[in-house]
Design a protein around this ligand. Sequence first.
Ligand SMILES: *Cc1c(COP(=O)(O)O)cnc(C)c1O
Length: 219
Amino acid sequence: MTVSANIREFKTHIPSHVQLIAVSKTKPTEAILEAYQAGQRLFGENKVQELVAKQPVLPSDIEWHLIGHLQSNKVKYIAPFIAMIQSVDSLRLLESIEKEASKHNRSIKCLLQVHIASEATKFGMDETELHHCIDAIKAGQFPNIRICGLMGMATNTTDMGLVHKEFSHLHALFQSIQSTWTTNPEFTELSMGMSSDYTEAIACGSTMIRVGSLLFGER
Ligand SMILES: *Cc1c(COP(=O)(O)O)cnc(C)c1O
């Protein structure tokens, strides 16, 4: 099947309240354009260098989401155009995003990435760091940042029981933050689920899935 057909087919079996981020990392701009022609507008990349090479040559109404670990010194390259940074994993990074967003007179949407997997290798904050960030945001330190929710990645395993447990945990954390942060009506997104586990993620309350290989083929 072509990328366009994959996108159309995939969209028929995800609920309408769940947004699809097409993860185009390592894929050529031709493949992205095929997805675009099928109506896809939200794309995810995990590397700044690759994103800044692709963005200028593709349609300007694409909403780019950064989903990979971001170094503070690289925020400046994406600040002019990025729609959402999903992989915010430190206070230091928030500070850098704030500085660059204000330089460009923009307000940048962000998700706070939480470490939920049992592997030590995945990025994301523990709950102490997360609450530390939220306290700083509530104190008004980041006027050019809009915190729209949480992001997480489950353990890379075929044990769907474990995946379910991790996603449920993140959903409970998301709900407890949302219910107490009534001054932030934008805290509505829970980004979890990829090709191998998006069904479990949706069952556990995901509002945004990040799917690559199922749409574009194996990397
Ligand atoms: C690569 C990647 C995805 C998509 O992975 P697939 O298995 O290709 O669907 C989702 N989220 C993040 C953070 C990624 O790096």
